[in-house]
Design a protein around this ligand. Sequence first.
Ligand SMILES: Cc1cc2nc3c(=O)[nH]c(=O)nc-3n(C[C@H](O)[C@H](O)[C@H](O)COP(=O)(O)OP(=O)(O)OC[C@H]3O[C@@H](n4cnc5c(N)ncnc54)[C@H](O)[C@@H]3O)c2cc1C
Length: 406
Amino acid sequence: MSDLVIIGGGIIGGASLYYLLEKGYSGSIVVMESNDALAQKATSLSAGGMRNIWSTTVNMKMTTYSIKHFSEFKELFGISIGFEQNGYLFTFYEDRWDEIVKFKPKWDEAGVSTELITPEDIEKMIPGLVSGVDHLDPEIQEMLTISPIVGGLFGKDCAILNATAAATTYFDYSVNNYPDQVKISLNTDVDRIVIEGGRVKGVLTKDGDLIQNETVLLAAGAWSQEILKRSGVDEEKNIPVIPIKRMLFVVSQPKAVDYRNIPLTIIDEGVYFRDEAENLIVGCADEDQSPGFDTDPDKSYYEDYINLYMQARIKGAEYCRIQNMWGGLYAMNTEDHNAIIDKHPDIEGLYINTGFSGHGIMEAPAAGISMAEIILNGEVKTIPEVRSLNLNRIKKGDLIKETIVI
Ligand SMILES: Cc1cc2nc3c(=O)[nH]c(=O)nc-3n(C[C@H](O)[C@H](O)[C@H](O)COP(=O)(O)OP(=O)(O)OC[C@H]3O[C@@H](n4cnc5c(N)ncnc54)[C@H](O)[C@@H]3O)c2cc1C
């Protein structure tokens, strides 16, 4: 017996747990995690980047809240999470630059720090980067569909952090400060949520243990939809969140440059990189990736695709050899790529906190406090815009269209 079961021991489960307790939840909570350790899936496999540069108000507000929280993390918890505010640098071709220039006053109004910078400024910020394309053969320009960079958007408040450290701190803090309320149950694979007559009645594990309870918070990332399917939730009431592989490559840095403390930089076709110890972490969403639970990294995606753009853009990038690589799963909301943070409208006692696609680390604190407010008060208070991330928006077609995507 337990008052609340949280399914999923990643950063979203962790942040939800922490805020629930800090905001006064007085019942007992069991966190069920199928792995033998917390935060080993998308949370630890992420690039740990966080930006408040978005086109939708809800994403701006959530990430601004989260950046502030993570910047105060060490004071709050006494734990360092490698929070480094080196900024984000987006680079643009002519075709999108006007849109960015026109949007700038909206960021100013929203208090999101942005700076429009010239190609020369970009080259100074990222040594070895060539903003033009005259140095490339015309066939290569055509093959890569690469154009001159005409401007950059720099956000100085954007940051990186160690997401595993942040997530595990939420759990450790909760267990240490609320020992009578919290139990973390590792190696506990949830088979299904028992739902009868439109109400949650319990949680059944794959080992056959049945926990009777009436409130479940589903924070199982890419596995959430499958859990609901196994629980007998039909497609119409299920969440449009699918698993989709994204890969990261740790590569050596180009020779003769110092990339320490560079901003997380996004160049052609969404190739992004940031420094990581003596190396770079590099990624790029593979738009042709089919959905599924496969997480095998594919080095040819780096060698035959990503690195071609890096070589075209950065002198010496042919020396950026793979040192390590991995694949992880986005919990991709197929409808608008944004989170679902809501009480399920048709299943009493079921709460959903997932679908973050590529931005669950940077929204975790905001998602955690919002979920806690929904469970405790029935409504989001701190960031009212989060109400727009309800599940019904999908049915109504009231989608949150984000245009600043990587
Ligand atoms: C390669 C990559 C790069 C990324 N980069 C960024 C980035 O730079 N910035 C950013 O903000 N976001 C990034 N993301 C997205 C981010 O990692 C996720 O949005 C975030 O980690 C979601 O956290 P979560 O707790 O929902 O999911 P997870 O960390 O996946 O946690 C879900 C947990 O549920 C558990 N679980 C699943 N099924 C069951 C079950 N049946 N029973 C019990 N437990 C179960 C899993 O084991 C897992 O621990 C990236 C993701 C990937 C894959």
